[in-house]
Design a protein. Sequence first.
Length: 95
Amino acid sequence: MEKVVYTYTITNNVLGEIVYVGKSINPKNRWKVHKSNAKSIGNSNERFVVYNLHRHIAEFGIENFLFQVVANYDCEAELQEQLKPICCMKYERMI
């Protein structure tokens, strides 16, 4: 049985815009990891990928970000099927 996949957004309330869109099978834990990574920026023992998101959180403060689960899918394949039209539209605009 496949696991439910969640999509989520992270909004910078100071800028008033969504700064990150992600997916996870455990969104609560994923948010915890994003926050932890942001706190660890500059640590000489960094062992994670530093996204611009983490720099934003470090700069603006975690209290200025809103994490929201926006959808859930029964499996990864269902999520990919939903993303196809969005990805195709973006690609067509780039041509």
